[in-house]
Design a protein around this ligand. Structure first.
Ligand SMILES: O=C([O-])CC(=O)C(=O)O
Ligand SMILES: [Mg+2]
Length: 388
């Protein structure tokens, strides 16, 4: 197979909500179509990718560095020993002449292309991506479905406690059992009121609630909130301090008994390894949230999983950030602990196929070939628009 053309674009995924650190009024996303020379039913196979949410588009890096290297590569450098398209070899081509360290948002650009290459490889094999990943990298049969939790509970202009409770009730009605809300964008007293009113919707069960600080707290505030919320036995306390402040996280983990989650803003094997070496994360209870789309794609994510295994971590303790269909396939194939979901947010890229049904907090990736973005009608329109 050869890639005959590559088309990148930028689309808005903005909204009026905010977390403790940013608002999403200018949030956007890179989207990509890789058109191949393989023709099925009279049409070329096309691989699609996009860059999750939370970081802005990386279209310029992609257009100026990653795609030119792929275009210039000899065909034999992009295939494996069976002559099939190899996303892992293409990854090496994209990273040629890139120094190590300081991963910045280059990881986002590479992640978009890596996703599209995996979409294309699975489509060429005529199978859904979870099956392709399981066949190439898996260890036993893939999971039939994946635990998902509903992330929301953002701050928004005029949003009342009753609005927050209604939002959470909506998640439960939609089939979710575990929900997440933002904290750290108000003072402790107000956040405790918000937390308690959501726990009330969860029949008093704090273990069904996650709270997310988006990296806002200094150590003193992290510990102060930790002391106040430990009593609720929450599912997890997320990204409490700056994502690169491993010392803060380590001190928190010595003082906060219940699970901690972090990693959505760690974009490389090396950063994730530093979290494990220095961040005090506990393999018996904590969660790693590295998002494959933001962090150099599945090719790098597999290295992260290997590193975690070497340090005694189960893949079940990984629940990626992002709430997208790419990680859903990865979670099923590589037996992760679950995947995020943001019902209704970050459209049109976010979420699962239009026909996906959440049942008792679980969802299946579906059986469309590749990632299945053709099963997201609005998003597919934008993707198709890239290559006409
Ligand atoms: O608010 C955001 O940037 C999203 C986020 O942290 C999450 O999904 O955990
Ligand atoms: Mg988060």
């Amino acid at each position: 197979m050869r890639i005959v053309s590559a088309h990148a674009g930028t689309i808005p995924i903005s909204s009026s909500m905010r977390n403790a650190y940013i608002d999403f009024s200018k949030m956007d996303c890179t989207i990509l179509a890789l058109v191949s020379d393989v023709v099925v039913d009279g049409k070329p196979l096309v691989g699609y990718g996009f860059n999750s949410n939370g970081r802005y588009n990386a279209t310029a890096i992609l257009n100026e560095r990653m795609l030119p290297r792929l275009r210039a590569a000899a065909a034999e450098n992009l295939i494996d020993e069976n002559g099939e398209l190899s996303p892992a070899r293409a990854w090496d081509v994209m990273m040629r002449n890139e120094k190590p360290g300081g991963h910045g948002e280059r990881s986002v650009a590479v992640g978009v292309v890596d996703m599209a290459l995996h979409d294309l490889a699975a489509k060429a094999a005529g199978v859904p991506l979870y099956r392709w990943i399981s066949d190439h990298y898996g260890d036993g049969a893939p999971d039939a479905d994946v635990f998902v939790y509903a992330a929301g509970g953002y701050y928004a202009p005029g949003k009342t406690l009753e609005d927050l409770r209604d939002e959470m009730r909506g998640f439960l009605d939609a089939g979710y059992e575990i929900v997440k809300m933002k904290i750290g964008g108000a003072d402790l007293a107000e956040d405790l009121k918000r937390i308690e009113s959501v726990i009330d919707v969860l029949n008093g069960d704090g273990s069904r609630l996650m709270v997310d600080v988006n990296g806002k707290f200094d150590l003193r505030t992290a510990l102060e909130y930790g002391r106040a919320i430990d009593q609720y036995g929450l599912f997890w306390y997320e990204e409490v301090g700056d994502p690169l402040d491993y010392g803060l996280n380590a001190t928190l983990s010595e003082n906060y008994r219940n699970p901690i989650a972090t990693g959505e803003n760690l974009f490389s094997l090396q950063d994730a390894r530093n979290l494990i070496r220095y961040g005090g994360m506990r393999p018996d209870r904590d969660f790693i949230q590295v998002d494959p789309a933001l962090s150099y794609g599945l090719t790098e994510y597999r290295r992260v999983l290997d590193m975690l295994a070497q340090h005694g971590w189960s893949s079940r303790r990984c629940i990626p950030h992002g709430g997208h269909q790419f990680s859903l396939h990865i979670a099923a194939a590589l037996k992760l602990g679950g995947n995020e979901s943001y019902p209704g947010e970050f459209q049109p890229t976010g979420g699962f196929t239009d026909d996906a049904v959440i049942t008792r907090g679980r969802v299946a990736p579906g059986d469309l070939p590749g990632i299945g973005l053709e099963g997201k009608a609005e998003f597919h329109k934008a993707l198709r628009g890239l290559h006409g």
